[in-house]
Design a protein around this ligand. Structure first.
Ligand SMILES: Nc1nc2c(ncn2[C@@H]2O[C@H](COP(=O)(O)OP(=O)(O)OP(=O)(O)O)[C@@H](O)[C@H]2O)c(=O)[nH]1
Length: 296
């Protein structure tokens, strides 16, 4: 009989390499928001993957980068703490882009976390040719020693089972750490606020993505009908950004609301009424007090 194993894994890599998409694909449910904008991920989220002979707890981290704001520094702190505690670190590079200084920088940092076993994951192989994937596997193998190197596609679900088996094999012997039906330990409020943020991120450009934060005032499950009321605030840093988010005649905000509702409804299993207020919190990314208030 094979031993039962359980432990923590985190995926690291440059922003936008597909870490959140991979987490969601492995967990089988949306626990981390994704977007084509770099640095969408802001907090450690645990997704639980239930395998045959073990359990994986996936800790999603923000992309590592050189901090420019207080928010950036706090995000890096989250990454440091997480990496020191996990059993396995999965270093992600997309098959679609040549390895660059950013990847090398992160690969070098991994020596600072001797506790964790390291594997490399070549992501997005659906979007690359066979030769390109092969070349990337070779390039990754030269970066450092890895327990293994696994090419995957989260979008086309290629090799995800292989990745799960490999990760479980690297975990310590342990009974399950989470109940059999657990998918995440994020609260409903945290998950809803992330879904609202994801909806708001779509279609915005430049520095605005970093300026967005969402808080939830209240979630009310109505007893008289199959309806959940969500009262959310969308924070931006400047008045000009408020205008962008709201759009002409409120058109953009309406779209954001519709997208967010569509994402929240399957999560709560009911129709959703979403109240979305846009507020300005001046320069919140640089202000410790405001960061605290916004949950960082
Ligand atoms: N073709 C393809 N695209 C992918 C795949 N995985 C992720 N992507 C795309 O890559 C982009 C970034 O994905 P994310 O999962 O948000 O990346 P991330 O590394 O978590 O990014 P940060 O949160 O910024 O650190 C999105 O547009 C995804 O749709 C994949 O397997 N195949």
């Amino acid at each position: 009989m094979t031993e039962h194993r359980a432990g923590f894994v985190t995926f690291v890599g440059r922003p936008n390499v597909g870490k959140s998409t991979l987490t969601n694909a492995l967990v089988g449910e949306k626990v981390a928001i994704t977007s084509s904008k770099p640095q969408t991920t802001r907090r450690a989220i645990r997704g639980v993957v239930h395998g045959n002979d073990g359990q994986l707890i996936v800790v999603d981290t923000p992309g590592m980068h050189r901090p420019r704001t207080l928010l950036g520094e706090r995000l890096n702190d989250v990454v440091q703490t997480t990496l020191g505690e996990v059993d396995v670190i999965g270093f992600c590079v997309p098959a679609t882009e040549k390895i660059g200084p950013g990847d090398r920088f992160i690969a070098e940092q991994l020596d600072q976390y001797p506790r964790a076993k390291k594997i490399a994951i070549v992501t997005k192989i659906d979007a690359a040719g066979k030769t390109q994937v092969a070349e990337q596997l070779l390039a990754v193998s030269k970066l450092r020693d890895w327990e293994s190197i696994i090419p995957v596609s989260a979008v086309d679900r290629i090799q995800l089972d292989t990745l799960v088996s490999e990760l479980i094999a690297l975990m310590p012997e342990s009974p399950n750490l989470y109940p059999d039906d657990a998918v995440t330990d994020e609260t409903l409020e945290q998950r809803i606020s992330e879904l609202v943020r994801e909806a708001a991120l779509e279609g915005v450009s430049d520095e605005l993505p970093h300026s967005l934060a969402v808080t939830i005032d209240d979630i009310v499950r109505r007893e008289d009908r199959d309806l959940v009321e969500v009262y959310a605030n969308l924070f931006v840093e400047r008045d000009s950004q408020k205008g962008i988010i709201i759009g002409r005649g409120g058109s953009r905000l309406q779209d954001v609301g519709a997208r967010a509702r569509a994402a929240i409804e399957p999560l709560v299993g009911a129709q959703v009424y979403l109240s979305l207020r846009v507020k300005v919190a001046k320069e919140w990314q640089r202000d410790p007090k405001q960061l605290g208030r916004l949950g960082f």
